[in-house]
Design a protein around this ligand. Structure first.
Ligand code: HEC
Ligand code: HEC
Length: 334
């Protein structure tokens, strides 16, 4: 239902964009992702290939460096229990974050990790302002915030989860994640050539066969240690490959607004882009997530109560501008 609504809205916006000679996403979408990009979507940021088979989970315990805990792949796949590798690194979790509530509300900490570090396929939640967090849940519930592209498993489960949250759940989750420190986990590297990717389901991984491939006009963000990330360790780190020149171009756009192309991000997101009042931080967050959000604001799928300033900010940006901005803001200290 939501999907078909999205397609028609996107088709409409795309038609308007093409008619207006827009240099935006209509001509973009370069990359080797297998996700459909028929509506001009940057498919590489909305990665979804359900044909990639994941091996059946086993009960064998796994260990990770720096932790005395062990968890099996069966536990890692259970979305009603968030794996906590480093209980000393964070305050006690409210039940909704640690275990969710059956049947619908999956543990927020399972997908977003217990320290709200998230990953390229979802979002980091650490340090988000409480009022912003609460508003986003309300926007997801009302449909004012939608998630474009193929209906990736994570987005469907996320929506089902938040729709069944009570006000008390929302409050508890918001207060927990807000109190967490954002961590520097992402390294941005400019390059033409990247390690060969795939097979990739919801986020890029390095191919076990080795080799390389051209980056093209996209950002490819990969966990440095895929097992650590998939076992949901909040200490997992990432390398984000961006086209050569992105950082300098992004810095100029972010700092000056590019002579009216956009607005200086610091006007609202604070001098270091670490957030101010109810405006969330963008520094040091996943570039893949940031690209998706810029796309959502531009295409009207993020149209919540506080979205108007962002809509104006992104209105004239091309996909390449967005890549540059995302690469730059992600490279900053969170
Ligand atoms: C199945 C995985 C999954 C689960 C479980 C999940 N989420 Fe999410 N969440 C996502 C995805 C995917 C996104 C990113 C959407 C996008 O890219 O637009 C997201 C985004 C968010 C955002 C937006 C962040 C921002 O910066 O605007 C909030 C807030 C959020 N989730 C809260 C929660 C809460 C609270 C719970 C627990 C009830 C939860 N999520 C459970 C997958 C999940
Ligand atoms: C005029 C104020 C304003 C300016 C300028 C601005 N932003 Fe924003 N931004 C906001 C607000 C307000 C939100 C929250 C929107 C909402 O609640 O839907 C936001 C949200 C975002 C988000 C989503 C964050 C999340 O957690 O999902 C991203 C990404 C973002 N801005 C990037 C940028 C970039 C990059 C720039 C500079 C090119 C910029 N913004 C300039 C006000 C602004």
């Amino acid at each position: 239902m939501i999907f078909s609504k999205r397609i028609s809205l996107c088709a409409l916006l795309l038609a308007i964009a093409i008619a207006a000679g827009d240099h935006g996403f209509a001509q973009g979408g370069v990359g080797s992702s297998t996700a459909p990009a028929s509506d001009g979507l940057p498919a590489w940021a909305f990665l979804w290939d359900p044909t990639v088979q994941v091996p059946p989970p086993t009960d064998t315990p796994n260990a990770l460096p720096g932790s005395n805990a062990t968890f099996s792949w069966k536990q890692a796949r259970d979305l009603f229990a968030a794996l906590d590798w480093h209980p000393d690194d964070h305050p006690a979790m409210p039940d909704i974050v640690a275990n969710g509530r059956k049947p619908e509300v999956r543990a927020c900490g399972a997908c977003h990790r217990v320290e709200g570090t998230g990953g390229p396929e979802n979002a980091s939640l650490a340090g988000l302002p409480v009022a912003y967090f609460v508003q986003q849940i309300a926007d997801f519930k009302s449909g004012a915030r939608m998630m474009s592209g193929p209906q990736r498993l994570g987005t469907q489960v996320m929506l089902a989860s938040v729709k069944s949250m009570t006000d008390a759940d929302i409050r508890a989750a918001a207060e927990y994640f807000t109190a967490l420190k954002r961590k520097p986990l992402i390294k941005v590297v400019e390059t033409d050539t990247i390690p060969k990717t795939g097979p990739s389901r919801m986020f890029y991984v390095k191919s076990p066969d080795g080799g390389s491939e051209p980056l093209g006009q996209r950002i490819v963000e990969m966990p440095d240690n895929v097992n650590q990330f998939e076992l949901r360790d909040s200490r997992a780190t990432f390398t984000a490959y961006a086209p050569v020149g992105s950082l300098a171009k992004g810095e100029a756009l972010a700092k000056t607004g590019g002579s009216g192309l956009t607005a200086a991000c610091s006007l609202c997101h604070g001098p270091d882009l670490k957030g101010v009042d109810n405006v969330p931080a963008i520094a040091g967050r996943s570039p893949t997530y940031i690209i998706r959000q810029l796309y959502e604001f531009q295409h009207g799928s993020r149209s919540g109560a506080a979205s108007a300033p962002m809509k104006q900010t992104v209105e004239k940006l091309s996909q390449d501008d967005m890549i540059a901005l995302a690469a730059y803001v992600s490279s900053l200290e969170p």
